[in-house]
Design a protein around this ligand. Structure first.
Ligand code: MSP
Length: 649
């Protein structure tokens, strides 16, 4: 048990599709979850914060094919590669305790067991699927669920689908799920309950198609080869397999399940509040305590996507504004349960108003005045407060309670508003008490010390309460106050700051941003890169007879070895398997374009009946085909499935 442990707390984010690099909208939920997790840790809870990636499905399979890599290589790159999901969470200072990938072996094996259990208890059965399928959403729809013939989630085209498939008896649980939504606080905000009941449950819940045979990138149904488990079943159970459900990798299920809250975006509330509890009911498992469906961050009133340019690139935004400012902005500017419109103007004005002017100024003025008038320490003995201090002290002393009330409702914006009311009050307190005037008279020094003490104390408590939102900034504030107490209990108690603790001055926490200049700079950066000027097409060659063309022997070859030719900048020397027993040597002038290692094992095309010739003293028996335009050159690389020795015809 942790010190003064209040119990355990399990919170999750959705697991992300690594089908493309993430944008700032994706960070929204994760930053909110991180803030909640940090808040609960601050309160003294033993927290498990889970995030991860949802790596199966047709979309990923298609994208990998398009990129010419395996699905596993494709997701590995987006999850683990530079600028990928894990890098982004590191950048955003996300303090997750566990990261699950649905391609992890333990998860795959657990999903197979779960699927089988539901099959054995009769809640999964085999039938024929006829309906509509939305590829980007990986969702099946009935005719009646479509909106104007389109996918009700993304508005995209749907296609007819018919195949043998397994079904989950969702209809069997319709009334229990309805009851759960209508009569408990399982799903919040409340408005989402109406959406679910009116749009999905009351029109009639049909059984859900839970397997596919038209692609293979998924968890195989082990008792029926050819079927893979529907990606949402695979994904939803991550919340339990990551704790050790149906696997030996972890052993925290008893401790942390049921989850205290799943934070999810509004478009996936349906899966979390209808399908997820129904499946848990089928397995007689405890339900999560709550699902919270947050709103979307919009761009120009529409859904955000990377294709809208790099204004939504979290790396760019963090680099220009700082991670804490970005985290703060996301939770300060929009109510968590509703949509909010992202704009650079709003981001900059939030930073300038709240962080540079209000918080930043309060911290730097307070510490600077304490140092200017008293050096590092205030006097140990403090005189009593005056009546005019009472309002500030009452506000600060009551702040933790108000903040807590909002945080418990996931009302991050309101919790921050409470803190900033106090910060504004404290800035006003500086002006009312004019320390620079008090400093002029020796007699007023005890009063001056008291005023500064009250300000430092206000900064301590506000800084501590901001720590879940802006961990680095709170740490810096603590340092400037000489390591003041910022634990949860101390944040409800006025007067704990030791006046003799040595304060430290430093650079402004949040320098003011010149709105006009910054907007211009962002606009410049966000301009789409100019379309590359195409090199002119080469002159057409004279026509040849088919007989002439036929004389050219083009053979599929595999690269056995490849190395640079000594003393030549241009030549690479290949030995190639051309399907015969004797390796073929070809020299090719492509050293400028390729590193030898990257070509090993590749399947290429060679002209194999070209008269041999010597280059740099070595024989070259043929020519490798490549495509050239201007100063760009690419070898013709074929699918590895094609055997060496095949002829191009
Ligand atoms: N893989 C599923 C979740 C499975 S959970 C068992 C998924 N992944 S996702 O990558 O598409 O989205 C992850 C989360 O990011 C979702 O909660 C989604 O709502 C959220 N967001 C994506 N774009 C967003 C905004 N523009 N604004 C706020 N959240 C958004 O869904």
């Amino acid at each position: 048990m942790c010190n003064a442990c209040k119990g355990k707390y399990y919170i999750t984010t959705p697991i992300y599709y690594p089908s493309a690099k993430l944008h700032i909208g994706h960070s929204y939920c994760t930053v909110a979850t991180d803030t909640m997790a940090r808040y609960k840790r601050l309160q003294g809870y033993d927290v498990m914060f889970l995030t991860g990636t949802d790596e199966h499905g047709q979309k990923i399979e298609d994208k990998a094919k398009g990129a010419g890599v395996t699905p596993q290589q494709f997701v590995d790159d987006i999850v683990l590669g530079e600028g990928g999901v894990k890098d982004l969470w590191k950048l955003m200072n996300i303090s997750y305790d566990r990261f699950i990938r649905t391609t992890d072996d333990y998860h795959v094996a657990a999903i197979q067991k779960i699927f089988k259990k539901m099959y054995e208890n009769g809640d999964i059965y085999k039938g024929t699927y006829k309906g509509k399928y939305c590829k980007p959403c990986e969702s099946f729809w009935t005719e009646s669920q479509l909106k104007d013939g389109k996918c009700p989630d993304c508005g995209g085209e749907v296609q007819d689908a018919e195949e043998e498939a397994y079904f989950f008896r969702l209809s069997k649980y319709a009334s229990r799920v309805r009851d759960l939504l209508v009569n408990t606080d399982f799903l919040e905000p409340r408005s989402r309950v109406n959406e679910m009941v009116n749009n999905f449950i009351d029109p009639g819940l049909e059984d859900l198609c839970v397997s596919r045979t038209s692609f293979s990138w998924g968890v195989p149904v082990d008792f029926d080869p050819g079927h893979v488990v529907y990606v949402w079943i695979d994904a939803l159970f991550n919340y339990m397999t990551a704790l050790g459900f149906e696997n030996d990798k972890y052993d925290d299920l008893e401790k942390f399940w049921p989850a205290d809250v799943h934070f999810v975006g509004k478009e996936i509330v349906r899966f979390h509040s209808i399908i997820w509890p129904a499946m848990l009911m089928s397995l007689n498992l405890p339900l999560p305590k709550k699902v919270y469906g947050h709103g979307w961050l919009l761009l120009d009133g529409g859904k955000m996507s990377k294709s809208k340019g790099n204004v939504v690139d979290p790396y760019l935004l963090a680099q220009r504004f700082g991670v804490d400012a970005l985290r703060f902005f996301l939770l300060r500017s929009f109510p968590f349960g509703s949509d909010g419109n992202f704009s650079n103007e709003l981001l900059i004005s939030t930073i300038n108003t709240d962080l540079a002017n209000d918080l930043g100024n309060l911290v730097s003025r307070t510490v600077a005045m304490a140092q200017k008038y008293f050096g590092e320490h205030l006097p140990a003995q403090q005189q009593a407060d005056e009546e005019k201090d009472a309002e500030l002290i009452a506000m600060v002393s009551g702040l933790r309670g108000k903040y807590e009330e909002q945080m418990e409702k996931y009302a991050f914006q309101n919790a921050l508003a409470e803190v900033f009311k106090v910060i504004s009050r404290a800035n006003k307190y500086i002006d009312e008490n004019a320390p620079w005037v008090l400093a002029k008279s020796e007699e007023q020094r005890p009063r001056l010390a008291r005023v500064l003490y009250n300000l430092l104390e206000t900064v301590r408590i506000c800084g501590g309460l901001l720590s879940p939102f802006m961990p680095d900034t709170a740490g810096e504030i603590g340092k400037r106050l000489g390591g003041a107490p910022m634990d949860w209990d101390s944040l409800a108690q006025w007067g704990l700051l030791n006046p003799e603790a040595a304060t430290v001055t430093g650079a402004p926490l949040f320098p003011r941003i010149d709105m006009e200049k910054e907007l211009a700079a962002l606009e410049e950066i966000s301009k789409p890169a100019p379309a590359p000027v195409e090199d002119p097409l080469p002159e057409p060659k004279e026509e040849i007879a088919f007989d002439t063309f036929e004389k050219v022997e083009m053979t599929v070859v595999k690269v056995l070895t490849c190395e640079k030719v000594k003393k030549s900048d241009k030549l690479l020397k290949f030995t190639l398997n051309d399907g015969t027993d004797t390796p073929r040597q070809i020299l090719s002038g492509i050293a400028k374009y390729y590193q030898p290692e990257e070509l090993l094992g590749k399947t290429l095309v060679a002209v194999t009946n070209l008269a041999p010739r010597k280059m740099m003293g070595q024989m070259s028996c043929g020519m490798l085909l490549s495509a050239e335009r201007g100063d760009k050159l690419n070898l013709v690389i074929l699918d590895d499935k094609i055997p060496a020795g095949s002829r191009l015809v």
